[in-house]
Design a protein around this ligand. Structure first.
Ligand code: ACO
Length: 422
C-alpha cells in the first residue's frame, strides 16, 4: 500500500498524490491543488506546526521522551540542570560539562538590584505572583538589549543560560515581595533547586537548611515539567519567536499562556477545587456537577493524552515520599477519592479523561510550604528550558513568521453610515 494520500478537486477534476511523511501531509502540496481554500482547525488539533527533535509524545500509549530518553528514567536518574542541558544543548552533560554548566548558571543567577527596587516594588501588595513574574520576564528585555540579536546562535545561547539561571531568582523575589520579606540573593555554592528553596524560604542570616527529600522531589517535578512538545505555551513561544521578538518577551508570552487555568494554571485551580470540596462526603455531589457540565474536574483531561499521563503517575508516587517528611496533606484523600470515582464513571471513561500532571502536583507544593499563587510559577521554572529549546530550534530552521488564515464570518461589504443615522 502506498504511503500517500490522493485528493481530487471535484470542481476541476484535478488530482494530486501527496506523500505521507512521519504521519503528516504537507499543507503546501495540498494548497497547490486547492488555492484559496484553508484548513479549518482553530485549536490546531489536527495541525502539525513544527518539525522538532526535542520531545516525543504518544498520547494514546501514554509515552513521553525528551530527545529519546523516557521520562521515567530521566525523573529517576537525572537532575533538572542535566535535563535542561539535554533540552537546550542537545545532550545529557558529562561530569565536566555539568560542572561547567552549573557554574555558568550560578554566575548568571543574580538579578540587577534596580530590578528589585524599581520594578518589583511597583506592584500592588496583593499582586498575584504569576502576574508579577510574567511582567518581570518581559522587563528583563530592557536590561539585555543585545538579546535582540536573535539570528546569532552565540547570543541565543547566552540568553538561554541567563533565562534558565534567573528564573528561580525572579520567581522567589515575586514571592518575597508579596509576603513583605527582604529579597535573598542567590548562593553560588548551592545547587539549582536548593538555591531556589533558600531564596524562597530563608529567614535571617543563618543558612537555610534544605531537606534533601523535598529538594529532590521539587527538582524531579521540574524535570517532569521541562518540556511537552507543542503545548499551548510552547506554541506561543514559537509563534512570538517567529516574529523575531527577543527571548525575554517571547518567554514572557509563553508564561502568559501557561498562566491560564486550562494549561499551567490548572495546578492552582486543582488546589482551590479540593479546598472547595473540603469533605470526603462532598465528592459525589461535585462529580455530579461536573457531569451536568456545571464544572470541570480540574487536573483531568488533556488534548493529547487519551491514557494516564505518565507524569501524573510519577507525581502521585512522589507525593507519598514528600508526605513522609511533611506529614499527610489532608486534601490527598479527597483527590484520591475524586480519581477513584472519575476513573470508574462512564462520563470520564468514555471521554478518556485521566489525571494530568497538575492533579497531584499542587498537593506536593502546598505541603512543601509554597503558597497557592506560586504553583504556576514553579511550573514556569520547570518549563523555561523547554520553551527556549523550541525557540532556538525554530530559529535554527528555515522558519517563516507564523501567520494562519481565518474563516471570515462577519458582514459583507457595506458603506459606513453617517454618525447621526447609526
Ligand atoms: N472535566 C470535565 N469534563 C471534561 C474535562 C474536565 N477536566 N476535560 C474535558 N472534558 C470533557 C469536555 O467537556 C468534552 O465533553 P463533550 O464531548 O461532552 O463536549 C470532552 O471531555 C472532550 O474535551 P475537550 O474540551 O474536547 O478537550 P480539549 O482537548 O479541548 O481540552 C483541556 C483539554 C483544556 C486540558 C481540558 O481537558 C480541561 O479543561 N481540563 C481541565 C484543566 C486542566 O487540568 N488543564 C491542565 C492540562 S495539562 C497542562 O496543560 C499542563
Amino acid at each position: 500500500m502506498a504511503d500517500s494520500i490522493t485528493i481530487t478537486n471535484n470542481r476541476t477534476g484535478e488530482t494530486i498524490e501527496i506523500p505521507l511523511v512521519d504521519g503528516t501531509v504537507s499543507a503546501r502540496s495540498w494548497s497547490s491543488l486547492l488555492p484559496g481554500i484553508w484548513f479549518d482547525d482553530p485549536s490546531f488539533s489536527a495541525t502539525s506546526g513544527a518539525d522538532s527533535a526535542i520531545t516525543y509524545l504518544d498520547g494514546e500509549a501514554g509515552l513521553l521522551r525528551y530527545r529519546g530518553y523516557p521520562i521515567e528514567q530521566l525523573a529517576e536518574q537525572t537532575t533538572f540542570l542535566e535535563v535542561a542541558h539535554l533540552l537546550v544543548r542537545d545532550k545529557l552533560p558529562t561530569v565536566t560539562q555539568l560542572k561547567a554548566w552549573q557554574s555558568e548558571i550560578a554566575e548568571a543567577s543574580p538579578i540587577h538590584e534596580n530590578f528589585h527596587k524599581r520594578i518589583l516594588e511597583g506592584f500592588r501588595d496583593d499582586a498575584h505572583a504569576m502576574g508579577v513574574l510574567v511582567s518581570s520576564i518581559a522587563a528583563m528585555s530592557t536590561f539585555w538589549p543585545d538579546s535582540k540579536d536573535i539570528e546569532n546562535p552565540e547570543q541565543r545561547r547566552d540568553e538561554t543560560t541567563r533565562l534558565i539561571a534567573k528564573m528561580p531568582t525572579m520567581a522567589a523575589s515575586a514571592h518575597r515581595r508579596s509576603v513583605g520579606l527582604p529579597y535573598v540573593f542567590p548562593d553560588p555554592e548551592l545547587d539549582y533547586t536548593s538555591n531556589f528553596l533558600s531564596m524562597m524560604f530563608k529567614l535571617g542570616d543563618s543558612p537555610y537548611e534544605v531537606d534533601p527529600v523535598l529538594r529532590d522531589a521539587l527538582d524531579m517535578l521540574f524535570v517532569l515539567h521541562a518540556d511537552h512538545e507543542q503545548n499551548c505555551s510552547t506554541t506561543t513561544a514559537r509563534v512570538v519567536g517567529s516574529a523575531h521578538a527577543d527571548p525575554y518577551v517571547t518567554v514572557a508570552a509563553a508564561a502568559g499562556a501557561l498562566y491560564g487555568p486550562r494549561h499551567g494554571g490548572a495546578n492552582e485551580a486543582v488546589l482551590r477545587m479540593l479546598e472547595e470540596i473540603a469533605e470526603f462526603d462532598n465528592v459525589d455531589d461535585f462529580i455530579a456537577g461536573v457531569k451536568t457540565g456545571d464544572r470541570k474536574l480540574m487536573g483531568f483531561g488533556h488534548r493529547v493524552y487519551k491514557n494516564y499521563d505518565p507524569r501524573a503517575r510519577i507525581v502521585k508516587d512522589t507525593a507519598h515520599r514528600v508526605f513522609d517528611v511533611t506529614g499527610m496533606n489532608p486534601l490527598l484523600d479527597i483527590a484520591l477519592k475524586l480519581e477513584e470515582v472519575a476513573l470508574a464513571d462512564p462520563y470520564f471513561v468514555d471521554r478518556k479523561l485521566y489525571p494530568n500532571i497538575d492533579f497531584y502536583s499542587g498537593l506536593i507544593y502546598q505541603s512543601m510550604g509554597f503558597p497557592v499563587e506560586m504553583f504556576t510559577v514553579l511550573f514556569t521554572i520547570g518549563r523555561t528550558p523547554g520553551w527556549l529549546a523550541h525557540w532556538d530550534e525554530m530559529l535554527s530552521q528555515d522558519s517563516r513568521i507564523a501567520r494562519p488564515r481565518q474563516r471570515y464570518t462577519g458582514p459583507a461589504d457595506r458603506d459606513v453610515p453617517s454618525i447621526d443615522v447609526r
